[in-house]
Each structure stands twice: as structure tokens, then as C-alpha cells.
Design a protein around this ligand. Structure first.
Ligand code: ADP
Ligand code: MG
Length: 888
């Protein structure tokens, strides 16, 4: 079964099935699947992942670290063996910290990727089941439909109007028509193998059944992937900004380090090597090289938390964008509403029925007046039977397939019973289906009936009214004149304004029908039959979520293919201000230029009867007005709108693979409330990125200020290389990690959305870092100076400890940029982190290890002096917040 030696496209379906040892009806059985998975492996193309060893080695990639290690080696040769060893060990610990962080981020990202694995529909052991596409093996029988990503290389067995977008493979973006029934010459190139579909391409139209011939890296895509170098996960804008910032600050610090080196020599405090070491250690400690890694870690943890709340982020960059969203354009059906549909009203020209029952349970009385509903129900049964399935799982009825069509089938069951539905399906034998699409907004089926053909059409009622020239009245048919049309449209509006989703049903009988007939021909000159009112109530919690969004400065717009009045009624139910806003229809958009639309778009809350093309236009115009747009979508045609939006959101349950692939966020529960939750998380995560960064940068500035300041004041160096490295790695790392896990600040949801132009590191922030750093330096030097007379070693110990413990103050005030710490909810990680750092510092000074740090145990009476440093910066920063001086 090696794809290289067999030309599957040159075999007939039967030959292919035989070679693969499978059956097109029953598929493989489970034991055979297990056997094959052992032979062929999982159906995935292994992206090259970094091994833990590579990740660890990466930690030593920085030039400064290499310089530091070389200098250390030299000092070891010059006899400072233990000093050098201490430094080497600390650098090693630094690498371990960096490694752990990167490794965990990577693991989290991989876990999220697993959640995003598309599912495939296969026939195994005679039953249709859904499995992760990674579990496919050669010989599996796969079912494909519009919007699916082709999960492996497949020889088609059956195809219905199949069109495939092969651009991921060939770069050619016009869809290719496929046909299961041809047999090709072995030499046919891949792009012309129309009886096959290939992994990674998309079904844009039609449906098919096929047999898997190659999986994983044996597929055409797998072969290309092998030859193309591994594609790296793009850096997020934030990581780029931080990288950039780190480089700029790095240059400044290297400048300062050079001055430190020179002055230290000139002032005669140290020899060349010692001076060099302190300068390099200062640079290593103070240059914030780890910022992008911290950002990645915080984003990855955040993405993990969001996934638990049903919001799956496909790229970390989406989290940043989410936090700045100020308009959510959402689908109605299934997102705002439950998507559980029940026909409640049937309205014909001069009769009506009320239908009892709820959900998809096929039970409930139909009470009619002035209609003989049987004929209609038979048509609906035959019209929907082969496309939807009613299932009863533990007493709960649900529908597989389109919910709208499910509602029609349930209606038929209610009126005809199981037997009656079966009879109707036999009586009106199905010959052709033109499936529902978002552009036509209708579905048609053609059936054989008494030697003639009957066409049944269901869809948006206004459109069916337009396509009809007669109308069923009682048992007869009358011309559909303008007055009657008005009357019918009146019914539609009446139902829609009560929140019913409306569906029209029409039909016609024709003498002849051919497969080649165009849809336009089939769906014309119809006889209008009935308008159905379908309820689809709002989901629980959506009204609350709309309010939360509103308080957060986020506008909600409903964008739907449904009737305007239905959409408005639902909008009202969930608390959108319909009375003081505009509702537009797709055809209004067609009449307007982008500029005209831009003028009124601020006021629009409902876009109704839109096509996917309208959606993309709505996003474009909103963007032009500087909105930050989130747009939902589920169908194949929604991809352009999803890509155009700042945040494309796909439906996890209802959505096609195409939509999911185009989106940055996937809603695992299809629920509008989850979008609002995700935006909220996006804001919290963005805030949480700032905290460790503010903390680390002031701490680093403090180290620079201490060393540089001492030289300006002609003092001996208060900190040695080991001290600088120790503080930077051992005592700073844990509190920084804890700050990334802060709970949401009070009021974070009520704030207006962050401006898209907001930079992470602003000039104001820089001033703040410099001021706080200088203050910390000054406090440390003060403490150093207090004990210098007693002994230089004691003074150094005090300065070292003061700066290490200053993090208590810094960490506490870094918990929020502008709110006082006592107003914040508890962060359960912070205290343990601080205590752990404290413990490590105590180990450094009170155990025999202290000789490697050149420090002495501190007497108890010295401690109050040491707390001057943390206290000063804590108080100064908190007073700043009280005074309302904001740093962002
Ligand atoms: P929404 O944006 O609310 O999901 P849709 O695009 O699904 O709206 O549907 C738009 C209109 O098309 C509906 O109001 C209904 O009249 C009609 N419609 C929807 N689904 C089907 C279907 N499966 N068959 C026939 N008509 C349908
Ligand atoms: Mg829909």
C-alpha cells in the first residue's frame, strides 16, 4: 500500500478497494484499524519540534552569556577557581529557569494544538463514526461534505457535484471539479487526478465518499512538507515589540557597562579582569533578554485557561487582539439562540395550524383550521428525510444535520407518524438535491411522483414568493397576483416580528427532469404553499453577556441570513437597543457605497438577509472607521470575512474546517457568551503581561543604578558579579512568574477597550522605570554606606540582601499599574514565591555557602536597615497611585 508504487488514480474503485483490503459499505473493523495504525503510524505530518536538549542549549545562545562564561574560565585559570565555579553554577541555574519556562509554554501550545485537530467522518464496522483525523489509516472509508478539510489522500468512491480547493497543495485557487467515476492514465500529474482528493485541501462544494490510500507523511502534502523547512510559529506583535525594546535597552546598558568597566579601572577598585567581570555580569543581569519568553509563557497559560472556558485560541497573537476588541459581529442562529428549532405555526393562504411540542421530540398535536396539511407534510418528509437524522440519546432528542431541516422532519413525524413518514419517502422517491446555501437561501429536492416529477423548495419566504407564480389555496391552485403576494408577505412579517424564524415552502410538478437542469430552471414558476414559523429561543446567559460587553465598551451587532424582523425581535429579547438603532438588509447594502455605509454603521445593530460577501464588506467598513472587529462565521464562504476581521471567530460545533482554519478563535460551544468571556480573558492576560515586565525592568534598573551610582560617587563596587547574577536569576524569577498569574483587577471589564495604538513600552513607562530604578539604587547605596565603616564585606552583604529583598516592595506594587495593592484580590502564588526567594537569600548568607558569595551572616539588628529599600519603593509607588499619577 505504498503510495509511491501504486497509482491509485489509474485503478477502478473496485480495484482500489481490493488492494486496500476494505469494503465501501462496512469499512474496516476496529481490530484491523489497530493493526494498520501500528504499520502506518498516525495520520499526521510531524512538524519538527525542538527537543528538550535543543531548548536547553538555546538558553546559552546569548553572546553576553558566552562572554561571561569565557571570562569566568579565564578567572578560573588565574586561580579564582571557586568564584568561577559559583558563577558557572548560577548561569546554569539561569538556563534551567529559562528552559523550564520555554518547555512549559511549548507543552501548553502543543496541548492546545491537539484540541484543534479536525475530525473526520468514517465508516467503521458498518457504522458512521466521527474520529480525530489523526486516527485514520489506509483503507478507511471517509465521508466528505462541503467545508471539510480533506484528512488524508483519498481515492473517491462516489462524488456529488464535488469541487475542491487545492490551493494548499498546488497554489491554484480556483476550485477543481472532481469525479469518482473516471479512471486515469498512470502518468496523470497530481493536479489533474480528478478521481482523488488530497490531504490539506478543502471541499468547497458537494459531497463525496472515498477510501484512504495514504496517510501522514506518505501523502502528497506530507512529501511537500518534508522538502519545505519547518514553518516557525510567527512571533506575536507583542513579542516583536518586546524583542525590539530589549535590543534598544540592551545597547544602552552595554554603554553603561562599558563606562563601569572604564571607571572601575580608573578609580582603581579592581584589576582588569575583575572590572571586566563586573561590567559583563551587569550587562547579563540587567539586559531584559527574557521578556519575549515571559510574554510567551503568560500568553500560553492564558490560552490554556481560555480553552477550559471553551474559547480555543489558534494563535497566541489573537489574545492580544482580543483584549482590544470593541465590536463583536455575531451570527444569530445557534450563537445568540439555542439553534434548537421547532415549527410552531403553519400558515397557508387561508388557513393555519398550531403545533404543540418543543425541541426535536417528534410528539405534539397539530391543530389546523382551513388546511389539509397531509400533502404538505408528505412533501416535507421526502424533502428532508435523507439529509437529517433524528436521534434519541437517553431520552433527549437531537438532530444530525441542519437544525432547520430537522424541525421540518419533526413536524412531519408529528402529523404523519413514523409509518406515514416512511410511506411518504417511498411515494416521493428522491432523485436530486440542490442543497441549501447562503447565497440562494433555499434548498430544493426533485422527486418522482406518479410518473412525473415534483420539485419541493424550502427557504427564505420572500424569495420563494418571488419565484412563485401560483399559490395553493385550499385544494386548488390560483394565480399568485400582487395582492396575494402582499398578503403572504404580511403573514411572514407578522411571524418574524414575533421572533419566529420563517421558512417558505413551494413546489411544482413537471413532466420532465434531467440531472443537467440548472438550479435556476428548477426553482422557477413555483406554486407557493405555506409559511412556517419556527421558534429558536435565545440561549441562557446571552442577555447578561450582552450587558457585560456593553459595560466594557463593546458593541454587539447581529449579522444574520435570517429575516430582518426575526433578527430584530431576537435582538430585543437579548437587550439590544433596537428602537434607537438601524437594522439593514443585504439588499440595502447592495445599494450603498462603502462611504455611505460608513456614515451610518455606528448606529446599526442588525444586518439581516446578508450573504457571506456582505459580511466581509461589513468588516471592511467597520475597520475603516477604526473599530477593532471580531466577526463570527461557520461556512465555507465565511473565510474571507473571518480573515479580514481583527479576530475571526469560528464555531467549533457547527463550523466547517474551512472556517476554523481561517479563524483565530474557535468557540467550542458556539456560544456568544463565550466570545465575551474570551474578550475579558484577553484583557486580563494583556494586563498580566505588564506586571512581571514592570517588576523585572525596575529591578534591573535598580541593579544598574546601584553599580553605576557607586562609581559616580567614587565608592567601591557594592555588588560583585555573583551577586548581580544571583539576584537576577534566583531571587527575581519566581515572583515574576507569580505576577503573570494575577487574578483579574477589579473593574478590568468595565474599562473602555484598549486603543489599538497603545504601545506596551511607552516613554512614560521608561521614565517610571528609570525613576524607580534610581530610587532603588539610592536606597541600596545608602544601606551600603551605613556599614562601609564597619567592614566592606558586611556592607556588601547588606547591599546584596537589600537589593534582593527590595523585590518584596516591587512585587507587591507591580501587582497593578494604577491601583493600590490593598484593593486587589489575593494572588495565591505571590507569597510562596516571595518566601522561596527569601529562603534562597537566607541560604546564601547564613550557610557555609556564604563563602562562595563573599558574604557574612547578618546580625539581627542590621535587618531593619535592610528593609529601608523595599519599604521606600513600595511606599513611593503606592503614593503615586493614590495621587492618581498613571503610568499607562
Ligand atoms: P442565520 O444567519 O440565522 O444562520 P441562515 O443563513 O442559516 O441564517 O438562514 C437564512 C435563511 O435561509 C433562514 O431564514 C431560512 O429561511 C433559510 N434556511 C436556512 N436553512 C435552511 C435550510 N436548511 N433549508 C432551507 N432553507 C433554509
Ligand atoms: Mg446559520
Amino acid at each position: 500500500m505504498d503510495g509511491n508504487s501504486i497509482y491509485w488514480h489509474s485503478l477502478t474503485v473496485q480495484e482500489a478497494l481490493e488492494r486496500l483490503g476494505t469494503d465501501s459499505v462496512a469499512g474496516l473493523d476496529e481490530s484491523e484499524v489497530l493493526r494498520r495504525i501500528n504499520i502506518y503510524g498516525r495520520n499526521e505530518i510531524k512538524a519538527k519540534v525542538k527537543t528538550p536538549l535543543e531548548m536547553f542549549a538555546n538558553q546559552f545562545k546569548s553572546i553576553l552569556i558566552i562572554i561571561l562564561l569565557i571570562a569566568t574560565l579565564i578567572s578560573a585559570f588565574l586561580g579564582e577557581f571557586f568564584d568561577a565555579l559559583t558563577i558557572a553554577i548560577i548561569v546554569f541555574m539561569m538556563a534551567i529557569f529559562g528552559f523550564v519556562q520555554e518547555y512549559r509554554s511549548e507543552k501548553t501550545i502543543q496541548a492546545l494544538k491537539k484540541l484543534a485537530v479536525p475530525r473526520a467522518r468514517v465508516i467503521r464496522g458498518g457504522r458512521e463514526v466521527e474520529i480525530p483525523s489523526t486516527d485514520l489509516v489506509p483503507g478507511d472509508i471517509v465521508l466528505l461534505r462541503e467545508g471539510d478539510r480533506v484528512p488524508a489522500d483519498i481515492r473517491l468512491i462516489e462524488s456529488n457535484d464535488l469541487e475542491v480547493d487545492e490551493s494548499p497543495l498546488t497554489g491554484e485557487s480556483t476550485p477543481v471539479e472532481k469525479d469518482a467515476n473516471v479512471v486515469l492514465d498512470p502518468s496523470t500529474p497530481v493536479s489533474d487526478r480528478v478521481n482523488m482528493v488530497f490531504m490539506g485541501t478543502y471541499i468547497v462544494r458537494g459531497s463525496a465518499k472515498g477510501v484512504v490510500v495514504a496517510t501522514g507523511s506518505s501523502t502528497e502534502l506530507g512529501r511537500i512538507a518534508k522538502s519545505v523547512a519547518e514553518t516557525k510559529e510567527e512571533k506575536t506583535p507583542l513579542e516583536i515589540e518586546l524583542d525590539d525594546f530589549g535590543k534598544k535597552i540592551g545597547l544602552i546598558i552595554i554603554g553603561i557597562a562599558a563606562i563601569v568597566f572604564a571607571t572601575s579601572l580608573l578609580e582603581g577598585w579592581a584589576n582588569v579582569l575583575e572590572s571586566f567581570m563586573i561590567a559583563v555580569a551587569l550587562a547579563v543581569a540587567a539586559i531584559p533578554e527574557g521578556l519575549p519568553a515571559i510574554a510567551t509563557a503568560v500568553l500560553a497559560i492564558g490560552a490554556h485557561r481560555m480553552a477550559k472556558k471553551n474559547a480555543l485560541v489558534r494563535k497566541l497573537a489573537a489574545i492580544e487582539a482580543l483584549g482590544s476588541v470593541d465590536v463583536i459581529c455575531t451570527d444569530k442562529t445557534g450563537t445568540i439562540t439555542k439553534g434548537e428549532m421547532t415549527v410552531k405555526v403553519v400558515r397557508t393562504f387561508n388557513g393555519f395550524c398550531n403545533v404543540e411540542g418543543s425541541g426535536y421530540e417528534p410528539k405534539g398535536r397539530i391543530s389546523c383550521s382551513g388546511v389539509n396539511i397531509e400533502n404538505l407534510l408528505e412533501m416535507l418528509a421526502a424533502h428532508t428525510f435523507s439529509d437529517v437524522k433524528l436521534v434519541n440519546e437517553k431520552g433527549v432528542w437531537s438532530v444530525k444535520g441542519s437544525p432547520t431541516e430537522g424541525a421540518l422532519l419533526v413536524l412531519a413525524y408529528k402529523g404523519l407518524g413514523e409509518e406515514g413518514v416512511g410511506k411518504a419517502v417511498n411515494k416521493l422517491q428522491l432523485v436530486k438535491t440542490y442543497p441549501f446555501d447562503r447565497f440562494r437561501k433555499r434548498k430544493s429536492t426533485v422527486h418522482i411522483f406518479n410518473g412525473k416529477y415534483i420539485v419541493v423548495v424550502s427557504g427564505a419566504p420572500e424569495i420563494l414568493v418571488e419565484l412563485s407564480n401560483t399559490i395553493q389555496v385550499g385544494d386548488g391552485v390560483k394565480p399568485f397576483d400582487n395582492d396575494s403576494k402582499k398578503k403572504v408577505l404580511g403573514y411572514v412579517e407578522e411571524l418574524a416580528s414575533q421572533g419566529y424564524r420563517t421558512l417558505g415552502v413551494a413546489f411544482k410538478v413537471v413532466e420532465a427532469f434531467s440531472e443537467e437542469d440548472s438550479v435556476e430552471n428548477v426553482e422557477r414558476d413555483l406554486t407557493f404553499y405555506a409559511v412556517l414559523g419556527i421558534i429558536d429561543p435565545p440561549r441562557e446567559g446571552v442577555a447578561e453577556a450582552v450587558q457585560i460587553a456593553k459595560r466594557a465598551g463593546i458593541k454587539t451587532i447581529i449579522v444574520t441570513g435570517d429575516h430582518k424582523l426575526t433578527a430584530m425581535a431576537i435582538a430585543k429579547m437579548i437587550g439590544l437597543d433596537v428602537d434607537n438603532s438601524i437594522a439593514l438588509e443585504g439588499r440595502d447594502l447592495d445599494r450603498m457605497s462603502d462611504d455611505e455605509l460608513a456614515k451610518i454603521i455606528d448606529k446599526v445593530t442588525v444586518f439581516a438577509r446578508v450573504t457571506p460577501e456582505h459580511k466581509a464588506r461589513i468588516v471592511k467598513v467597520l475597520k475603516k472607521k477604526s473599530y477593532r472587529v471580531a466577526m463570527t462565521g461557520d461556512g465555507v464562504n465565511d473565510a474571507p470575512a473571518l480573515k479580514e476581521a481583527h479576530i475571526g471567530i469560528a464555531m467549533g460545533i457547527r463550523g466547517t474546517d474551512v472556517a476554523k482554519e481561517a479563524a483565530q478563535l474557535v468557540l467550542l460551544d458556539d456560544n456568544y457568551s463565550t466570545i465575551v468571556e474570551a474578550v475579558k480573558e484577553g484583557r486580563v492576560i494583556y494586563e498580566n503581561l505588564k506586571k512581571p515586565i514592570n517588576y523585572l525592568l525596575t529591578a534591573n534598573m535598580g541593579e544598574v543604578a546601584t553599580v553605576f551610582g557607586s562609581q559616580l560617587l567614587l565608592m567601591p563596587p557594592p555588588l560583585e558579579p555573583v551577586h548581580l547574577l544571583w539576584i537576577n536569576v534566583v531571587t527575581d524569577a519566581l515572583p515574576a512568574a507569580a505576577l503573570g498569574l494575577e487574578p483579574p483587577e477589579p473593574g478590568i471589564v468595565e474599562r473602555p477597550p484598549r486603543s489599538a495604538k497603545e504601545r506596551f513600552v511607552t516613554r512614560r513607562k521608561l521614565v517610571y522605570y528609570i525613576v524607580m530604578g534610581s530610587l532603588l539604587g539610592a536606597a541600596t547605596l545608602l544601606i551600603f554606606n551605613m556599614f562601609r565603616e564597619t567592614s566592606l564585606q558586611l556592607a556588601r552583604t547588606a547591599a546584596f540582601t537589600a537589593i534582593a529583598l527590595s523585590e518584596f516592595g516591587r512585587a507587591i506594587s507591580s501587582r497593578s499599574e494604577n491601583q493600590n495593592f490593598w484593593k486587589l484580590p489575593r494572588n495565591k502564588w505571590l507569597l510562596p514565591a516571595l518566601l522561596a526567594s527569601m529562603a534562597m537569600q537566607l541560604i546564601a548568607i547564613y550557610t557555609p555557602l556564604n563563602k562562595y558569595f563573599h558574604v557574612v551572616p547578618l546580625d539581627w539588628w542590621i535587618w531593619p536597615a535592610i528593609f529601608i529599600a523595599p519599604a521606600t519603593i513600595l511606599i513611593v509607588d503606592e503614593v503615586r497611585k493614590v495621587l492618581g499619577i498613571k503610568i499607562s
